[in-house]
Design a protein around this ligand. Structure first.
Ligand code: 9MR
Length: 375
């Protein structure tokens, strides 16, 4: 879906950049003023780096372990759990009045070899899956406020991916569509009835076949009374010329089902020339993309968190993933300096406060409504 921005947007860049450099308020404060959580993926190995830690706690009020709560980290050997790295995230967050999103409990990819190559029967897998979900959720009970219970289960056509959990061989629910996802949610809910439970996916940010399928699943789960509280839209923007055009409509349809939406992994990967640096005009364009997404989330009371997949270009998954062809995807540069995208997000939040003075109360009311739904 192409969504080329009108030329007029280019004309506002110089004014926008000039006006924004005076913004002294932190991102965290600007988000708090509108009742929004603002977050980033983190690497706990970097907490001892003063620049990393200082920027993190000044600018964000939620964090998510980039890798340390995934299966490979938490159950590297069957039945042997290791929470040390995940615990560092929780301890750091609690010391700085920051909340923790958990990521993730079930994914068809990046699982440890013992699990992928174990040739388990559906019955065995069912027990392994239940044990893992409940051990991890119980360990973090009351300390992780929301979990990505299932990650990336649909393909771009809206079909369920073939995975270990679904049908290769699956947990005994092969061919039964989203039943295994419902089962994961129910087990997570048993382990911590107060945690918010999310389904999380990429390229489902606008309205398309994948987000349609997720919508149908959430609608069905709500009708059947299965515990689901939210949908995570990852928002990895790989092509700055092709940004999801109807995020607002997509957020709106999910929130009307009575679930929260959170932007969970935003970054905007810029194509880099040979010298590896982004140009000023690329950075200005990137700022516009960040601003538009931040605004769309912030002005919708059902969009409760705006989170990015890291915050400094020094540590981002994009360069390795694209063999150096893309990068500079985050809102702080490699030396922790704020980029135009940073100013743009702060300004977007500040403007939403002006245009929607009641937004904080509306968002809190929405969150209370979602939390009050009993399962
Ligand atoms: O950024 C993460 C990278 O360091 C890991 O190697 C990879 C596999 O665990 O996962 C990356 O994070 C992904 C996230 O967990 C789910 N959505 C896509 C993210 C980027 O690939």
């Amino acid at each position: 879906m192409k969504d080329r921005k009108p030329l007029a947007l280019f004309l506002v860049i110089p004014m926008f950049v000039a006006a924004s450099t005076s913004a002294a308020q932190s991102l965290r404060q600007a988000a708090q003023d509108i009742g929004l959580m603002v977050g980033t993926a983190v690497k706990p190995a970097l907490f001892s780096n003063p620049d990393y830690a200082r920027t993190l706690v000044r600018q964000f009020n939620i964090v998510e372990a980039e890798n340390e709560m995934k299966w490979t980290a938490t159950e590297p050997t069957r039945g042997v759990f290791d929470f040390r790295a995940g615990d560092r995230v929780v301890q750091f967050a609690e010391a700085h009045d920051v909340k923790v999103r958990g990521h993730n409990l079930l994914w068809g990819k990046y699982n440890p070899a013992w699990l992928e190559k174990g040739r388990f029967t559906p019955d065995q897998l069912r027990r392994i899956m239940k044990n893992h979900i409940q051990m991890v959720v119980r360990h973090y009970r009351g300390r992780v406020f929301a979990w990505d219970v299932v990650n990336e289960a649909f393909d771009s056509e809206g079909h369920l991916r073939h995975t270990l959990w679904y049908d290769e061989p699956g947990i005994g629910l092969a061919g039964k569509g989203t039943a295994y996802i419902a089962q994961a949610l129910r087990w997570a809910h048993e382990a911590d009835p107060h945690a918010l439970l999310f389904y999380n996916d990429f390229a489902a940010d606008g309205i398309n076949a994948k987000s349609d399928a997720i919508y149908e699943m959430v609608k069905d789960f709500k009708e059947q009374g299965f515990p689901i509280n939210g949908v995570g839209l990852q928002m990895h923007v790989f092509d700055p010329e092709d940004v999801p055009s109807n995020l607002g409509g997509n957020i709106g349809r999910f929130t009307r089902l009575g679930v929260e939406v959170q932007i969970t992994e935003m970054d905007v990967a810029l194509p880099l020339a040979g010298h590896g640096q982004a140009s000023d005009s690329q950075l200005a364009w990137q700022a516009i993309i960040y601003r538009n997404i931040a605004k769309t989330c912030a002005e919708n009371p059902g969009c409760t968190a705006f989170q990015m997949w890291g915050f400094t270009d020094r540590y981002s998954w994009i360069p390795a993933h694209t063999k150096g062809k893309r990068g500079a995807a985050l809102i702080f540069d490699a030396d922790y300096g704020p980029k135009p995208a940073y100013q743009a997000v702060v300004e977007a939040f500040q403007r939403v406060l002006k245009s929607h003075p009641q937004i904080k109360e509306e968002r809190l009311r929405f969150e209370r409504r979602v939390a009050a739904i009993g399962y």
